[in-house]
Design a protein around this ligand. Structure first.
Ligand code: RUB
Length: 307
């Protein structure tokens, strides 16, 4: 349980962050917990797995990759403790392997849409989006990137460090400069925390203004998302919850001390409607957002949603 608590704390404090990394860390935590779990009966085993699963899922509310990973990793059908334990270990390892392969596939597939000379704008820090960008660059395409700072947590600084490591020419801008620079952009590529059954994207706050600006300027807006970022529970009507984080990420409490009429809001994510999305690059190919329902139902297995 100690290791599960450690992983949960790292997700909560964002030491582990980004929907894909969160998912992998949760699958690893479930696997290691199951491997060491001492249970006198199947009921005890099931109750402990259930408790740990709910605990991990409660760490951050928005990235659907987290409940998807936990549910896929913790699946078992056997009524025998040892067999169920082995099933969880196998399923968790399978999930982790597939997640790594998915990033590679997204990179390969998405990079074919990148052309020599493209200027790509990205937001926040998405490993899926970066996989497309770095794969295209390594294939010899002469590209450059405009990366947003992504206030308030400034994940854009991780992005520019990553791109710099690949020698990719990169420009850092503040979030409010997105529309100003859109004229110089050929393609926008962002990641996903969740994709709803209707094709709407949930990603870092500010993503929807990149989409709006891209739409206005007739620039292509691509989403890079593993299939485990699609939300089964949206099929049965559950909304995706937008995490609201503490105000001290935006402004120091001392600034607000003598401003009793001021409140600070700090949503971490926003919604981009499907109509602003040109394509979603997934590990099973490029799809239009209208196909989100099919991905959930036929590929992901929508029974993992809460019905
Ligand atoms: C990260 C974020 C990323 C997605 C996709 O938010 O919005 O764009 O999670 O990332 P936070 P990836 O920093 O609050 O977790 O492609 O790496 O899964």
């Amino acid at each position: 349980m100690e290791k599960v608590q450690e992983t949960a704390e790292k997700i909560r404090t964002m030491e582990i962050r980004g929907a894909g990394r969160i998912a992998k860390a949760a699958a690893e935590a479930i696997r290691d917990y199951a491997a060491g779990l001492e249970a006198a009966s199947m009921e005890e085993f099931a109750a402990s797995i259930q408790e740990v699963s709910s605990f991990l899922i409660s760490t951050r509310p928005t990235a659907v990759s987290l409940p998807n990973a936990v549910k896929l990793a913790s699946r078992y059908s056997s009524g025998n403790v040892e067999e169920a334990r082995q099933e969880i270990i196998t399923n968790a390892n399978l999930f982790i392997e597939r997640a790594d392969r998915a990033l590679e596939k997204i990179g390969k597939i998405g990079s074919r849409r990148i052309q020599d000379g493209d200027v790509i704008m990205t937001h926040c820090n998405s490993h899926a989006a970066l996989s497309i960008i770095t794969t295209a660059f390594e294939a010899g395409k002469d590209i450059s990137v405009i990366a947003t700072e992504s206030r308030p947590r400034r994940q854009g600084l991780l992005t520019i460090r990553h791109l710099n490591g690949f020698n990719i020419p990169t420009t850092l801008i503040v979030d409010s400069a997105v529309r100003y620079y859109m004229k110089d952009v050929d393609k926008v590529i962002v990641g996903a925390d969740a994709i709803a059954a209707n094709g709407a994207l949930v990603n870092k706050i500010g993503t929807s203004q990149l989409a709006l600006a891209a739409h206005e300027a007739r620039k292509s807006f691509m989403v890079a998302a593993e299939t485990f970022k699609f939300s089964p529970s949206t099929i049965v009507g559950n909304p995706i919850e937008i995490e609201e984080r503490a105000s001290d990420e935006v402004v120091a409490p001392s600034v607000l001390a003598d401003l009793p009429h001021v409140q600070v809001r700090n949503p971490a994510f926003d919604f981009t409607p499907a109509e602003y999305i040109d394509m979603i690059v997934t590990d099973i190919g490029i799809i239009p957002p209208a196909m989100a329902y099919t991905v959930i139902k036929e590929h992901l297995g929508w029974e993992i949603g809460e019905i």
